[in-house]
Design a protein around this ligand. Structure first.
Ligand code: GLY
Length: 424
């Protein structure tokens, strides 16, 4: 098969790495890809939002399957466009991708599905939103309704902070039209984890749970990032909790989407809070997670291409996914200054030493290849993943590998997976 992957980060490197292991994959392309991906696939200089151009490429190069990494093209309707041209693509339609693209749509659909959700109200007017916040008090969550590159969510500890967030969305338009409406939600308290499934609109194949670290500094301090590390499995997600999430939250959502005429296909990522009252849905994403994919796919024993093709062809009930018992830990190496401003073009050394052990793989998130060398080319630069028979072993291997890597200003958290160790 000829396979095109859309995206340029660590998630897409991991997808490419796993797809390249499949006997079904003959030729792999990635648009636009990155330095690390270029060792496994032919990188094509087309941006992820250039949907027509991506369709032209897929047609001209007889691509048998396209796999989309980031949310933006999914929300923009890349899958609808490809399907209208008779091109096979893995991912939800634009109508399906509203599960990530509109917080109001998701909360209302989950309520109609009868799944345990949270208290929320949707506002088109800042005055009404402010009055509601003053009435409810803090802590409270304010979300721009639309997709705002992960930046539109404020967990407000005080009423004042919530009022500022409403103004940022609705008055200052900091997130453009994504903030035309806001959703004000109850603040769920507990550990956060994610459970993702593949679905063809009916059948569901769950993936192993994972937990990521969103804040930049150790101890979950500092501003939010795209994710500074991850581990899987998550001891706090017992088999009982896992089944409850699938049966009480994810499956009813998928059934409701189909019943309302928008069958959801692709990856559905449920962000879950393990609250005192049981697992509660925090949000849905319409794609694989980043860096969650960097710990989930290394644990997948099955052929990913078989699973993706079965999803696209609507016969996911015919296949099963098997998973390694091993634990996986991923530590993200970032550029100094991230998630604020940072410099690019720093020479990276030690990659071969970091990967000298079979249980470790370095996924490139933001790199550029120049000859045989790699330069930093993003905020998150590398995701170093290691497997081990325990979380502690995987963590030690990942940090040993990180120790072999150097680039000017390299920053990483030192506490990834710590909360899982000793609780396995
Ligand atoms: N790591 C969170 C996400 O992929 O949205």
């Amino acid at each position: 098969m000829r396979i095109l992957i859309v995206g340029s980060g660590g998630r897409e490197h991991t997808l490419t790495w796993k797809i390249a292991q499949s006997p079904l994959a003959d030729d792999i392309f990635c648009a636009p890809g990155n330095g690390g991906i270029s060792r496994l696939a032919e990188c094509v200089p087309i941006g992820v939002e250039d949907i027509e151009e991506l369709g032209d490429f897929a047609e001209q190069h007889a691509i048998d399957l396209t796999v989309v990494g980031p949310e933006r093209p999914l929300i923009m309707g890349i899958c609808d466009h490809f399907r209208s041209r008779g091109l096979a693509i893995y991912g939800p339609s634009a109508a399906g991708a509203r599960l990530e693209g509109s917080k109001a749509f998701t909360n209302e659909l989950v309520e109609r599905a009868g799944a345990p959700g949270k208290q929320f109200e949707v506002f088109d007017s800042p005055a009404d939103a402010r009055a509601y916040v003053r009435d409810r008090g803090a802590p409270i969550v304010v979300k721009a309704d639309g997709e705002a590159a992960g930046k539109g969510v404020t967990v407000a500890e005080t009423v004042e902070e919530a009022l500022e967030a409403i103004d940022r969305c609705m008055v200052e338009k900091a997130y453009g039209s994504a903030g035309d409406r806001v959703v004000v939600e109850e603040c769920l308290v507990g550990q956060e984890c994610s459970i993702k499934v593949l679905t063809d609109g009916e059948a569901v194949v769950p993936m192993v749970p994972s937990q990521d670290y969103k804040r930049i500094y150790d101890g979950d301090e500092g501003p939010n990032t795209g994710g500074m590390g991850c581990y899987s499995p998550v001891p706090a997600v017992t088999a009982e909790i896992f089944d409850e999430v699938i049966q009480e939250i994810v499956e009813p959502t998928i059934r409701q989407m189909a019943a309302e005429g928008y069958p959801y296909t692709g990856t559905l990522y449920a962000g879950i809070i393990l609250s005192e009252d049981g697992p509660r849905l925090l949000e849905y994403n319409c794609r694989f997670g980043d860096p969650e994919t960097q710990v989930v796919l290394p644990r997948l024993e099955s052929d990913l291409v078989e699973l993706l093709v079965a999803t696209v062809e609507g016969r996911l009930d015919e296949v099963e996914a098997t998973w390694r018992d091993d634990c996986a830990v991923c530590v993200v190496c970032a550029s100094a200054g991230y998630p604020g401003g940072y410099e690019k073009g720093k020479a990276i050394t030690g990659l071969a030493d970091a990967e000298s052990d079979d249980s470790t793989v370095v996924f490139h998130a933001g790199t550029k290849r120049v000859g045989r060398h790699f330069l930093s080319d993003g905020g998150r630069v590398l995701g170093v993943t290691a497997l081990g028979s325990t979380c502690a072993e995987a963590r030690d291997r990942a940090y040993n590998a990180v120790g072999a890597i150097e680039f000017e200003g390299m920053y990483f958290r030192t506490d990834i997976a710590e909360r899982a160790i000793g609780t396995e």
